[in-house]
Write a protein that binds this ligand. Structure first.
Ligand code: GLA
Length: 523
C-alpha cells in the first residue's frame, strides 16, 4: 500500500534562516538607531559665515541659542534651545592644511585654539550638541582634506576620521560630495562611499556610546531619496540654497520628489535655512519657514544670531509651526493643488488633523480656498475647526466642504490646521523646561476689533509701541504715557500688519503678533 502521508518536512530551519538573513540585512542596511526621529533642529555656519569661522563664532552662537527673548504670544520668554534648536554645526573650513603624519584629521589651531574636543565639551555643558563637516571625495568643496584616500581607495580615511569625531564628542556629521572620483559618480558609488562612513561611525560610536547623526549631501543625485534611509538620517535633495525667493521655491519643490520616502529617522533635506538672510521680506521669511515645516524638513538656522531681529526670532520660534515640522508621524507634506498663483500644500498630522500652507507665488496679495479634496477628505459634509498658526487663534469653529482664505500676501503664506486642537501640544523639549507662564502684565494686553477698527490695550506707562507690517517696515509708532488703548491704522488691520513691539520704560521688550492677542477686554 502506498503511504499517502506526505513526508514530514521540518519547516523550522527554513524560517530560522529567513529571519537570520533578515536580521543581517537590517543590521547592515538599516540604521534603526532611534536617532533623528523628528527632523534635526539646530544651526550651521555655512550660509552666513562661510569659511570665516572660529571658536568664538561657535561659542557665541551657543550662548545666543540660550538667550531668552522678549515674551511671545503666550507670554513665554524662550530661547532658541527652548524651541528645539540644539545642534551647532561647523561646516567646511574647520580643517588644518593637512592631516598629521599618521593620517589623523587636524583642526586649524589658529581658528580653534582650544580644539574641537574642548568645543564639544563646552557646547555639551550648555545642553547643546555639536556637528562637523566632511566630504566623501579627495578634498572638501573648499579644498581641505576629506575622506577618500586615492592610495587606499577601498578603505579610505573613514575609520580614522570616524574615530576622531567620536573621540572629540561630535554629535552630527554632514558628508559632502565634492571631488569624488568619476568611478563613484553613480548610485552604486555614492551608496558605497556613504555606507562606508556609516559603518565607520557605527563602529566608532559603539565605543563611546555617543551617537552621531549622519547627514548625506550629494545634492539629490542618483535618486538618493530612494536609498538614503538605509545609510543616513537625512539627505540633501538639491543644490545650495541662496537667500532669494526663487531659490527657496526651487529647493523646496525639488525636495518633494521623494516625499514618500521621509519617515522618522530619515528625512529629505532641502538645505539649511536662509530665514533672516539677504533681503528677504518678512512675508518671504515666514513663507520659507512655513514651507520647510510643512515638508518635515530639518530646521537648520543659517543666519547670524547676533544680528537677528525680534521679528525673525518670532518666526523661527513659532512653536505651533515647529510642532507641524516635528510631528511624530513623520509625514512629509507636499503640494496638492495649484490655484492660479497659489500653491496649496498639505501635511497629515499624527492626531488625524491636517496642516495646510497656501503659498502665493505672485507678488500681489490674492485669495484662494482649501477644498476638502485637497486634504484628502471625501466626506464633504464633514466639518473641521480651522486654526491659523500665525494668528494663534481659531479662525473658524466649524468649516464644511471648503475654507476660503483672503489676502494671502505676495510671496507669502497663510498656514492653517484643520482638525482637533493639535496646536495645544507643545514641542517635546518645551515640556521639560520650567517656563514663566505669566510674565509681568502680559495677560492684560488685549485687543478688540469692531468692524475694521482694531484697538490694542497697552497696560504699561511710558512705553514705545511700534507696529510693523509683513514686509518688516515700521508702519506706526506710538508713545503710551498711561495704560491706554491705541488704534491700529486701518490699512494694517488685516493680514497686512503683523508684529507689535512694545518697549517698556525699563527697556524690556515684548514682541507679538497682533492677531494673537487675547481678544477679551480687560476689566
Ligand atoms: C557644498 C554644500 C554646502 C556647503 C559647502 C561648503 O556646496 O552643498 O552646503 O557645505 O559645500 O564648502
Amino acid at each position: 500500500m502506498r503511504d499517502s502521508r506526505k513526508p514530514k518536512i521540518n519547516k523550522k530551519p527554513f524560517w530560522f534562516s529567513v529571519l537570520f538573513l533578515l536580521k543581517i540585512y537590517w543590521s547592515v542596511y538599516s540604521l534603526e538607531d532611534s536617532q533623528a526621529l523628528t527632523p534635526p533642529m539646530g544651526f550651521s555656519t555655512w550660509n552666513e559665515f562661510g569659511c570665516s569661522i572660529s571658536e568664538s563664532t561657535i561659542v557665541s552662537t551657543g550662548h545666543l541659542m540660550l538667550k531668552k527673548h522678549p515674551a511671545d504670544w503666550e507670554g513665554r520668554e524662550l530661547s532658541l534651545r527652548d524651541a528645539g534648536y540644539v545642534y551647532v554645526n561647523i561646516d567646511d573650513c574647520w580643517h588644518a592644511q593637512s592631516r598629521d603624519a599618521q593620517g589623523n584629521p587636524q583642526w586649524d589651531s589658529a581658528k580653534f585654539p582650544r580644539g574641537l574636543k574642548w568645543l564639544a565639551d563646552t557646547l555639551h555643558q550648555m545642553e547643546l550638541k555639536i556637528g562637523i563637516y566632511s566630504c566623501a571625495g579627495t578634498a572638501t568643496c573648499c579644498n581641505y582634506f576629506a575622506s577618500f584616500n586615492p592610495e587606499n581607495p577601498e578603505v579610505g580615511y573613514d575609520p580614522i576620521d570616524a574615530n576622531a569625531y567620536a573621540d572629540w564628542g561630535i554629535d552630527y556629521l554632514k558628508d559632502d560630495w565634492c571631488n569624488v572620483p568619476s568611478d563613484y559618480q553613480n548610485a552604486n558609488g555614492s551608496q558605497k562611499l556613504y555606507a562606508r562612513m556609516r559603518d565607520a561611525l557605527k563602529a566608532a560610536t559603539s565605543k563611546t556610546g555617543r551617537p552621531i547623526v549622519f547627514s548625506l549631501c550629494n545634492w539629490g543625485q542618483y535618486s538618493v531619496y530612494q536609498w538614503g534611509d538605509t545609510i543616513g538620517h537625512l539627505w540633501r535633495t538639491g543644490g545650495d540654497i541662496t537667500p532669494e525667493w526663487n531659490s527657496i521655491m526651487s529647493n523646496i519643490t525639488a525636495n518633494s520628489t521623494g516625499a514618500q520616502y521621509a519617515k522618522p529617522g530619515a528625512w529629505n533635506d532641502p538645505d539649511m535655512m536662509e530665514v533672516g538672510n539677504g533681503s528677504l521680506s518678512l512675508a518671504e521669511n515666514r513663507a520659507h519657514f512655513d514651507l520647510w515645516c510643512i515638508s518635515a524638513a530639518p530646521l537648520i538656522l543659517g543666519n547670524d544670531l547676533s544680528k537677528m531681529s525680534d521679528s525673525i526670532f518670532y518666526i523661527l520660534t513659532n512653536r505651533e509651526v515647529i510642532a507641524i515640522d516635528q510631528d511624530s508621524l513623520g509625514y512629509q507634506g507636499r503640494k496638492v493643488r495649484t490655484d492660479g498663483d497659489v500653491q496649496i500644500w498639505s501635511k497629515k498630522l499624527k492626531n488625524g488633523a491636517w496642516a495646510v500652507v497656501l503659498v502665493n507665488t505672485g507678488t500681489e496679495s490674492t485669495n484662494s480656498s482649501v477644498l476638502w479634496s485637497d486634504i484628502g477628505e471625501s466626506d464633504l459634509t464633514r466639518s473641521y475647526p480651522v486654526r491659523d498658526v500665525w494668528q494663534h487663534r481659531t479662525v473658524s469653529e466649524s468649516a464644511t466642504d471648503s475654507y476660503s482664505v483672503n489676502s494671502i500676501p505676495g510671496h507669502g503664506t497663510v498656514h492653517l490646521v484643520f482638525g482637533s486642537a493639535y496646536w495645544m501640544e507643545p514641542v517635546s523639549i518645551i515640556k521639560n523646561k520650567s517656563l514663566n507662564s505669566s510674565p509681568r502684565g502680559f495677560e492684560k494686553i488685549s485687543a478688540k476689533r469692531i468692524n475694521s477698527t482694531t484697538t490694542v490695550y497697552i497696560p504699561f506707562t511710558s512705553s514705545n509701541v511700534t507696529i510693523y507690517n509683513l514686509q518688516g517696515k515700521k508702519s506706526s509708532t506710538f508713545f503710551v504715557k498711561e495704560p491706554s488703548w491705541i488704534t491700529i491704522p486701518e490699512s494694517f488691520a488685516k493680514r497686512n500688519f503683523s508684529i507689535i513691539q512694545i518697549i517698556k520704560s525699563n527697556g524690556s521688550k515684548i514682541t507679538l503678533d497682533i492677531n494673537s492677542i487675547n481678544h477679551s477686554v480687560p476689566k
